[in-house]
Design a binder for this molecule. Structure first.
Ligand code: ASP
Ligand code: MG
Length: 367
Protein backbone atom coordinates (compact mmCIF):
# COMPACT_ATOMS: atom_id res chain seq x y z
CA UNK A 1 0.00 0.00 0.00
CA UNK A 2 2.68 2.45 1.00
CA UNK A 3 4.31 2.32 -2.43
CA UNK A 4 1.18 3.87 -3.92
CA UNK A 5 1.30 6.92 -1.70
CA UNK A 6 2.52 10.07 -3.40
CA UNK A 7 5.69 11.61 -2.01
CA UNK A 8 4.95 14.30 0.57
CA UNK A 9 6.67 17.03 -1.28
CA UNK A 10 6.90 16.61 -5.02
CA UNK A 11 9.18 19.59 -5.35
CA UNK A 12 11.73 17.87 -3.20
CA UNK A 13 11.76 14.95 -5.58
CA UNK A 14 12.44 17.22 -8.53
CA UNK A 15 14.73 19.58 -6.70
CA UNK A 16 16.94 21.66 -8.91
CA UNK A 17 20.60 22.02 -8.02
CA UNK A 18 22.80 24.95 -8.92
CA UNK A 19 26.41 24.40 -10.02
CA UNK A 20 28.69 27.40 -10.25
CA UNK A 21 32.06 27.30 -12.01
CA UNK A 22 34.63 29.97 -11.18
CA UNK A 23 36.99 31.70 -13.61
CA UNK A 24 39.99 29.50 -12.85
CA UNK A 25 37.85 26.39 -13.43
CA UNK A 26 37.10 27.70 -16.94
CA UNK A 27 40.50 29.23 -17.72
CA UNK A 28 41.48 27.15 -20.76
CA UNK A 29 40.41 24.27 -23.01
CA UNK A 30 41.71 21.63 -20.60
CA UNK A 31 39.87 23.17 -17.63
CA UNK A 32 36.67 23.44 -19.64
CA UNK A 33 36.91 19.76 -20.59
CA UNK A 34 37.13 18.96 -16.88
CA UNK A 35 34.02 21.05 -16.23
CA UNK A 36 32.21 19.19 -18.98
CA UNK A 37 32.98 15.90 -17.27
CA UNK A 38 31.77 17.26 -13.92
CA UNK A 39 28.51 18.34 -15.55
CA UNK A 40 28.15 14.97 -17.24
CA UNK A 41 28.52 13.19 -13.92
CA UNK A 42 26.73 15.55 -11.56
CA UNK A 43 24.03 17.54 -13.36
CA UNK A 44 20.48 16.91 -14.45
CA UNK A 45 18.69 18.75 -17.23
CA UNK A 46 16.63 20.94 -14.92
CA UNK A 47 19.67 22.05 -12.92
CA UNK A 48 21.20 25.48 -13.38
CA UNK A 49 24.82 26.17 -14.24
CA UNK A 50 26.24 29.58 -13.34
CA UNK A 51 29.56 30.72 -14.79
CA UNK A 52 32.24 33.32 -14.16
CA UNK A 53 34.25 34.84 -16.97
CA UNK A 54 36.99 32.55 -18.36
CA UNK A 55 40.27 32.87 -16.47
CA UNK A 56 41.32 36.47 -16.02
CA UNK A 57 38.96 37.98 -18.62
CA UNK A 58 37.38 40.37 -16.10
CA UNK A 59 40.82 41.67 -15.05
CA UNK A 60 41.54 42.16 -18.72
CA UNK A 61 38.32 44.14 -19.28
CA UNK A 62 39.19 46.33 -16.29
CA UNK A 63 42.60 47.03 -17.79
CA UNK A 64 40.92 48.00 -21.08
CA UNK A 65 38.81 50.51 -19.17
CA UNK A 66 41.98 51.98 -17.69
CA UNK A 67 43.61 52.13 -21.10
CA UNK A 68 40.54 53.84 -22.57
CA UNK A 69 41.30 56.87 -20.44
CA UNK A 70 44.51 57.39 -22.41
CA UNK A 71 42.90 56.40 -25.68
CA UNK A 72 45.29 53.62 -26.72
CA UNK A 73 43.68 50.22 -26.41
CA UNK A 74 43.72 48.81 -29.96
CA UNK A 75 46.49 46.30 -29.32
CA UNK A 76 44.90 45.08 -26.11
CA UNK A 77 41.52 44.58 -27.75
CA UNK A 78 43.16 42.56 -30.50
CA UNK A 79 44.85 40.42 -27.86
CA UNK A 80 41.57 39.83 -26.00
CA UNK A 81 39.84 38.92 -29.23
CA UNK A 82 42.62 36.50 -30.09
CA UNK A 83 42.40 34.85 -26.64
CA UNK A 84 38.67 34.33 -26.99
CA UNK A 85 38.74 33.08 -30.57
CA UNK A 86 41.54 30.65 -29.76
CA UNK A 87 39.45 29.24 -26.91
CA UNK A 88 36.42 28.97 -29.20
CA UNK A 89 38.24 27.20 -32.00
CA UNK A 90 40.12 24.90 -29.59
CA UNK A 91 36.99 23.46 -28.04
CA UNK A 92 34.12 23.71 -30.52
CA UNK A 93 33.59 21.95 -33.83
CA UNK A 94 34.10 23.98 -36.96
CA UNK A 95 30.48 24.93 -37.54
CA UNK A 96 29.82 26.05 -33.96
CA UNK A 97 33.18 27.78 -33.74
CA UNK A 98 32.32 29.81 -36.81
CA UNK A 99 29.00 30.86 -35.36
CA UNK A 100 30.47 31.91 -32.02
CA UNK A 101 33.38 33.70 -33.65
CA UNK A 102 30.90 35.79 -35.63
CA UNK A 103 29.04 36.73 -32.44
CA UNK A 104 32.36 37.54 -30.80
CA UNK A 105 33.28 39.80 -33.69
CA UNK A 106 30.07 41.78 -33.26
CA UNK A 107 30.79 42.16 -29.55
CA UNK A 108 34.32 43.34 -30.25
CA UNK A 109 32.95 46.04 -32.58
CA UNK A 110 30.54 47.14 -29.83
CA UNK A 111 33.29 47.00 -27.20
CA UNK A 112 35.58 49.12 -29.36
CA UNK A 113 32.85 51.66 -29.93
CA UNK A 114 32.04 51.95 -26.22
CA UNK A 115 35.70 52.26 -25.30
CA UNK A 116 36.26 55.00 -27.87
CA UNK A 117 33.18 57.06 -27.15
CA UNK A 118 31.40 56.43 -23.91
CA UNK A 119 33.29 54.02 -21.67
CA UNK A 120 32.24 55.70 -18.43
CA UNK A 121 28.57 55.30 -19.19
CA UNK A 122 29.04 51.74 -20.48
CA UNK A 123 31.53 50.54 -17.85
CA UNK A 124 29.33 47.68 -16.65
CA UNK A 125 28.21 46.70 -20.16
CA UNK A 126 31.90 46.32 -20.97
CA UNK A 127 32.61 44.24 -17.86
CA UNK A 128 29.61 42.04 -18.69
CA UNK A 129 31.27 40.61 -21.81
CA UNK A 130 33.41 38.23 -19.74
CA UNK A 131 30.49 36.29 -18.32
CA UNK A 132 28.52 36.59 -21.57
CA UNK A 133 31.28 34.93 -23.60
CA UNK A 134 31.86 32.28 -20.97
CA UNK A 135 28.17 31.26 -20.79
CA UNK A 136 27.81 31.23 -24.55
CA UNK A 137 30.89 29.05 -24.99
CA UNK A 138 30.02 26.49 -22.32
CA UNK A 139 26.44 26.23 -23.52
CA UNK A 140 27.55 25.67 -27.12
CA UNK A 141 29.98 22.99 -25.98
CA UNK A 142 27.29 21.24 -23.89
CA UNK A 143 24.99 21.26 -26.92
CA UNK A 144 27.72 19.77 -29.01
CA UNK A 145 28.86 17.07 -26.62
CA UNK A 146 26.59 16.47 -23.62
CA UNK A 147 22.98 17.67 -23.69
CA UNK A 148 20.64 20.37 -25.01
CA UNK A 149 21.49 23.66 -23.37
CA UNK A 150 20.68 27.35 -23.57
CA UNK A 151 22.79 30.30 -22.45
CA UNK A 152 20.94 32.95 -20.41
CA UNK A 153 22.09 36.51 -19.79
CA UNK A 154 21.24 37.21 -16.14
CA UNK A 155 20.44 40.82 -17.08
CA UNK A 156 17.32 39.48 -18.79
CA UNK A 157 15.76 38.50 -15.48
CA UNK A 158 17.80 39.45 -12.40
CA UNK A 159 16.80 42.84 -11.00
CA UNK A 160 18.58 44.49 -8.06
CA UNK A 161 17.97 47.90 -6.49
CA UNK A 162 21.53 49.21 -6.92
CA UNK A 163 25.16 48.08 -6.89
CA UNK A 164 25.78 49.29 -3.35
CA UNK A 165 23.25 47.14 -1.57
CA UNK A 166 22.61 44.52 -4.31
CA UNK A 167 19.17 43.74 -2.92
CA UNK A 168 17.28 41.46 -5.27
CA UNK A 169 13.69 42.05 -6.40
CA UNK A 170 12.87 38.45 -5.66
CA UNK A 171 9.33 38.21 -7.02
CA UNK A 172 10.09 39.93 -10.31
CA UNK A 173 13.43 38.15 -10.88
CA UNK A 174 11.99 34.77 -10.07
CA UNK A 175 9.01 35.23 -12.42
CA UNK A 176 11.28 36.49 -15.21
CA UNK A 177 13.80 33.67 -14.76
CA UNK A 178 11.05 31.09 -15.19
CA UNK A 179 10.23 32.48 -18.63
CA UNK A 180 13.83 31.89 -19.73
CA UNK A 181 14.27 28.34 -18.43
CA UNK A 182 13.49 25.89 -21.20
CA UNK A 183 12.21 22.43 -20.45
CA UNK A 184 14.71 19.74 -21.36
CA UNK A 185 17.62 22.17 -21.70
CA UNK A 186 20.39 22.76 -19.21
CA UNK A 187 20.53 26.50 -18.52
CA UNK A 188 23.95 28.14 -18.41
CA UNK A 189 23.58 31.54 -16.76
CA UNK A 190 26.03 34.42 -16.50
CA UNK A 191 27.25 35.13 -12.96
CA UNK A 192 28.36 38.59 -11.77
CA UNK A 193 25.86 40.68 -13.77
CA UNK A 194 22.30 41.91 -13.32
CA UNK A 195 20.21 44.97 -14.10
CA UNK A 196 18.76 47.67 -11.88
CA UNK A 197 15.14 48.80 -11.89
CA UNK A 198 15.90 51.18 -14.79
CA UNK A 199 17.26 48.29 -16.88
CA UNK A 200 20.86 49.45 -16.58
CA UNK A 201 23.60 46.82 -16.30
CA UNK A 202 24.94 46.33 -12.77
CA UNK A 203 27.62 44.03 -11.43
CA UNK A 204 27.49 42.26 -8.09
CA UNK A 205 31.07 43.30 -7.32
CA UNK A 206 34.37 41.49 -7.87
CA UNK A 207 34.00 37.75 -7.38
CA UNK A 208 30.24 38.27 -7.33
CA UNK A 209 29.39 35.09 -9.24
CA UNK A 210 29.18 33.04 -6.04
CA UNK A 211 26.52 35.46 -4.89
CA UNK A 212 24.81 35.10 -8.30
CA UNK A 213 24.70 31.34 -7.77
CA UNK A 214 23.02 31.51 -4.36
CA UNK A 215 20.60 34.17 -5.66
CA UNK A 216 19.60 31.86 -8.54
CA UNK A 217 19.15 29.04 -6.03
CA UNK A 218 16.77 31.16 -3.98
CA UNK A 219 14.87 32.22 -7.13
CA UNK A 220 14.12 28.62 -8.12
CA UNK A 221 13.95 27.14 -4.60
CA UNK A 222 16.99 24.90 -5.12
CA UNK A 223 18.19 22.73 -2.27
CA UNK A 224 21.86 22.64 -3.17
CA UNK A 225 24.45 24.97 -4.63
CA UNK A 226 27.92 23.69 -5.50
CA UNK A 227 30.70 26.22 -5.93
CA UNK A 228 33.24 24.44 -8.16
CA UNK A 229 36.44 26.32 -7.62
CA UNK A 230 40.21 25.86 -7.42
CA UNK A 231 40.33 24.91 -3.73
CA UNK A 232 38.88 21.69 -2.38
CA UNK A 233 37.05 23.09 0.61
CA UNK A 234 37.20 25.33 3.63
CA UNK A 235 39.91 24.71 6.18
CA UNK A 236 40.17 25.18 9.93
CA UNK A 237 42.87 27.75 9.21
CA UNK A 238 44.59 29.02 6.09
CA UNK A 239 46.53 25.90 4.93
CA UNK A 240 49.25 28.14 3.45
CA UNK A 241 49.91 29.56 6.90
CA UNK A 242 49.03 26.67 9.21
CA UNK A 243 50.44 23.41 7.80
CA UNK A 244 48.24 21.10 9.88
CA UNK A 245 45.01 22.93 9.13
CA UNK A 246 42.15 20.47 8.74
CA UNK A 247 39.43 20.54 6.14
CA UNK A 248 35.98 21.29 7.53
CA UNK A 249 33.51 18.87 6.07
CA UNK A 250 30.37 20.40 7.55
CA UNK A 251 29.81 23.96 8.67
CA UNK A 252 26.61 25.43 10.06
CA UNK A 253 25.43 28.64 8.36
CA UNK A 254 26.15 30.81 11.37
CA UNK A 255 29.78 29.73 11.64
CA UNK A 256 30.27 30.08 7.88
CA UNK A 257 28.84 33.59 7.96
CA UNK A 258 31.22 34.53 10.75
CA UNK A 259 34.16 33.13 8.76
CA UNK A 260 33.05 35.23 5.79
CA UNK A 261 32.86 38.30 8.00
CA UNK A 262 36.37 37.64 9.26
CA UNK A 263 37.76 37.55 5.76
CA UNK A 264 37.78 33.90 4.72
CA UNK A 265 38.80 34.09 1.05
CA UNK A 266 36.41 31.37 -0.10
CA UNK A 267 33.31 32.62 1.66
CA UNK A 268 31.83 35.99 0.97
CA UNK A 269 29.34 36.96 3.68
CA UNK A 270 26.90 38.09 0.97
CA UNK A 271 27.02 34.71 -0.78
CA UNK A 272 25.46 33.05 2.22
CA UNK A 273 22.50 35.40 2.65
CA UNK A 274 20.16 33.91 0.00
CA UNK A 275 20.66 30.40 1.40
CA UNK A 276 18.22 30.83 4.26
CA UNK A 277 14.71 32.09 3.77
CA UNK A 278 12.96 31.81 7.13
CA UNK A 279 9.66 33.09 5.77
CA UNK A 280 9.51 30.27 3.21
CA UNK A 281 11.25 27.95 5.70
CA UNK A 282 13.55 27.14 2.81
CA UNK A 283 17.13 26.16 3.52
CA UNK A 284 19.63 25.55 0.78
CA UNK A 285 22.96 23.82 1.37
CA UNK A 286 26.17 25.15 -0.13
CA UNK A 287 29.04 22.88 -1.18
CA UNK A 288 32.55 23.99 -1.94
CA UNK A 289 34.43 21.58 -4.21
CA UNK A 290 37.41 21.64 -6.53
CA UNK A 291 36.85 21.29 -10.27
CA UNK A 292 40.48 20.12 -10.44
CA UNK A 293 39.81 17.29 -7.96
CA UNK A 294 36.10 16.54 -8.19
CA UNK A 295 36.38 13.20 -6.38
CA UNK A 296 37.69 14.80 -3.20
CA UNK A 297 35.05 15.54 -0.60
CA UNK A 298 34.73 19.30 -0.11
CA UNK A 299 32.91 21.37 2.47
CA UNK A 300 29.16 21.51 3.00
CA UNK A 301 27.55 24.55 4.60
CA UNK A 302 23.98 24.45 5.81
CA UNK A 303 21.57 23.80 8.58
CA UNK A 304 22.93 21.01 10.75
CA UNK A 305 21.47 19.82 14.02
CA UNK A 306 24.68 20.10 15.98
CA UNK A 307 28.31 20.45 15.19
CA UNK A 308 31.20 18.39 16.45
CA UNK A 309 33.86 20.28 18.36
CA UNK A 310 36.63 19.30 15.98
CA UNK A 311 34.73 21.03 13.15
CA UNK A 312 35.25 24.44 14.74
CA UNK A 313 37.62 26.63 12.81
CA UNK A 314 39.74 29.73 12.76
CA UNK A 315 40.45 32.24 10.06
CA UNK A 316 43.16 34.85 10.18
CA UNK A 317 43.50 38.57 9.75
CA UNK A 318 46.81 40.32 9.63
CA UNK A 319 47.82 43.00 12.11
CA UNK A 320 45.84 41.89 15.11
CA UNK A 321 46.67 42.85 18.64
CA UNK A 322 45.90 40.93 21.82
CA UNK A 323 45.55 43.29 24.78
CA UNK A 324 45.07 42.40 28.44
CA UNK A 325 43.98 44.74 31.21
CA UNK A 326 41.94 44.72 34.40
CA UNK A 327 39.87 47.40 32.67
CA UNK A 328 38.54 44.77 30.32
CA UNK A 329 37.03 42.75 33.16
CA UNK A 330 33.42 42.72 34.26
CA UNK A 331 31.30 45.90 34.14
CA UNK A 332 34.03 48.11 32.71
CA UNK A 333 34.29 45.74 29.74
CA UNK A 334 30.95 46.95 28.37
CA UNK A 335 32.51 50.30 27.55
CA UNK A 336 35.49 48.85 25.68
CA UNK A 337 33.21 46.50 23.76
CA UNK A 338 31.02 49.42 22.73
CA UNK A 339 33.87 51.71 21.82
CA UNK A 340 36.17 49.30 19.97
CA UNK A 341 33.94 46.40 18.81
CA UNK A 342 36.89 44.00 19.30
CA UNK A 343 37.18 40.95 17.04
CA UNK A 344 36.77 38.92 20.21
CA UNK A 345 36.97 39.44 23.96
CA UNK A 346 37.19 37.45 27.19
CA UNK A 347 35.74 39.66 29.91
CA UNK A 348 36.43 37.14 32.66
CA UNK A 349 40.17 37.18 32.03
CA UNK A 350 40.32 40.71 30.62
CA UNK A 351 41.51 39.99 27.09
CA UNK A 352 40.48 41.76 23.88
CA UNK A 353 41.64 41.28 20.30
CA UNK A 354 41.61 44.42 18.16
CA UNK A 355 43.10 45.62 14.89
CA UNK A 356 46.56 47.09 15.15
CA UNK A 357 45.19 50.39 13.79
CA UNK A 358 43.16 50.73 17.00
CA UNK A 359 46.21 50.40 19.23
CA UNK A 360 46.75 54.10 19.85
CA UNK A 361 43.11 54.79 20.61
CA UNK A 362 43.01 51.85 23.01
CA UNK A 363 46.15 53.02 24.84
CA UNK A 364 44.62 56.48 25.21
CA UNK A 365 41.41 54.98 26.46
CA UNK A 366 43.32 52.92 29.05
CA UNK A 367 45.36 55.97 30.13
N1 ASP B 1 34.35 37.56 -13.27
C1 ASP B 1 34.05 38.34 -12.11
C2 ASP B 1 35.34 38.68 -11.39
O1 ASP B 1 36.38 38.23 -11.80
C3 ASP B 1 33.09 37.67 -11.19
C4 ASP B 1 33.57 36.36 -10.58
O2 ASP B 1 34.55 35.80 -11.03
O3 ASP B 1 32.95 35.89 -9.63
O4 ASP B 1 35.31 39.41 -10.44
MG1 MG C 1 36.64 35.39 -11.01
Amino acid sequence: MTELQAPKNKLEKHAINVHKFGGSSLANAQCIERVLEIIRQNCQLNDIVVVSANGKTTDYLFSLLNLAEDGDFTESIAELQAQQSTLISEILNEKNAKQLTQLLLKDIVQLTQWLSSDFIHHRNDILAFGELWSARLLSALLNEKICPSNAIDARDFLVIDNEQSCTVDHALSSAQLKTHLQFGKLAVITGYISQDTRGITCTLGRNGSDYSATIMASLVGAFNVTLWTDVDGIYSADPRVVPNARKLHRLPNGVAKELGRLGNPVLHAKTLTPLVNESLSHHCHLHVASSFDPQVQGTEIGKFGHIAKQELSVTYLNDLLLAQSASFIGDKAAQVLKEFSPICADIQQGFVVINQSQQKALSQWLA
